[in-house]
Write a protein that binds this ligand. Structure first.
Ligand code: SAH
Length: 305
């Protein structure tokens, strides 16, 4: 795990989450502490909490309840995950946000150095955008955001990022919209890892439904067609469209490949996979998906940090 991942040194506290979430509480399994290890003079509730608790990751309802409980109690976001779409493991998805934070921090540091050297060396012709733009609030394109729009949720609750998030699956976009517009997801968060942060998903996550034949990266026209206002997506100078694009691509070429690869895992899959065919497969698999992004990026080379 990335060292800045809040779960790197302290994994999700299943017992405490199960105590707060009725749904998870009914699904976890409890291993009673040995009699001699029990704290003395503790109430029944304390005794119940001191039991060690585990979650059956091979059970769909348990995995869903755990992700919902983590998002609610550790990040202040209420979600009702669909049973027929991917259930994102939160600590794993945070790693990707943390790696991107590293990348952004590094470019900011490099930008500062360039900017200092530009001041001292008039002849330096490096583009000015690299010295100015990426100290702005980070703007991210999340390609294939899924029904949970997990990366935008985490990017908003762990940092001040703003997202355009795409998907080709109308049901996923609808489910993600429901999360963003849920009245419980407004106001100040009091949750463990996002305390005192303003939950402002409506102004910071902009969902857009794409067609499979559309480009994966969005260009200037695509962004203009979203008609975002200047507060939620301020115009960037020097033709920049967004700072960074991210995606968790569909991995497999087809369902047969997905099943065949799952069968050869030596220990079998460690968790249930709720991914739909649309989420998990793409002609040519992840290599084709990412290759397409790389190829498209040639047209946008000066527009993305
Ligand atoms: N980001 C989510 C979902 C990843 S699954 C998570 O990490 O849990 C991959 C997603 O890519 C699916 O939601 C799928 O519908 C979407 N997708 C597939 N083809 C796409 C395309 N051409 N453009 C945008 N999204 C696409």
């Amino acid at each position: 795990m990335h060292p800045f991942n809040p779960y790197a040194f302290s994994p999700p506290d299943f017992a405490s989450l199960a105590a707060k979430s009725e749904k998870l509480g009914k699904l976890v399994h409890r291993i009673p502490f040995p009699e001699e290890a029990k704290a003395q003079d503790c109430t029944e509730e304390e005794e119940e909490e001191s039991n060690s608790v585990y979650v059956d990751f091979k059970d769909a309802d348990s995995s869903i309840a755990l992700t919902e409980a983590i998002l609610e109690h550790d990040f202040g976001i209420h979600v009702n995950l669909r049973r027929d779409r991917l259930c994102p493991p939160v600590p794993n998805r945070i790693n990707y946000i943390a790696w991107l934070q590293d990348l952004m921090d590094q470019s900011t540091r490099i930008a500062r150095l360039i900017s200092i050297s530009e001041e001292s060396e008039e002849e330096d012709k490096r583009p000015a955008k690299r010295t100015k733009q990426h100290v702005d609030p980070i703007r991210v394109l999340d390609i294939g955001t899924g029904a949970s729009c997990i990366y935008p949720l985490l990017g908003c609750m762990l940092d001040d990022w703003t997202f355009i998030a795409t998907d080709v699956d109308p049901d996923s976009i609808e489910a993600a919209q429901a999360i963003i517009h849920d009245p419980r997801n407004q106001g100040i968060s009091q949750a463990r890892y996002s305390r005192n942060r303003l939950i402002n998903l409506i102004n910071r996550i902009h969902l857009t439904l794409r067609r499979p034949e559309d480009t994966l990266l969005l260009d200037q026209k695509d962004i203009e067609s979203l008609r975002l206002n200047a507060i939620s997506w301020p115009r960037m100078e020097k033709g920049l469209l967004y700072h960074v694009a991210m995606c968790n691509p569909p991995f497999y070429s087809n369902e047969e490949e997905m099943q065949a690869l799952s069968r050869i895992k030596i220990q079998g899959p460690s968790a249930v996979c709720l991914g739909s065919k649309e989420e998990m497969t793409y002609p040519g698999g992840e290599v084709a998906f990412v290759t397409r992004i790389i190829e498209e990026s040639r047209n946008l080379k000066d527009c993305v940090l």
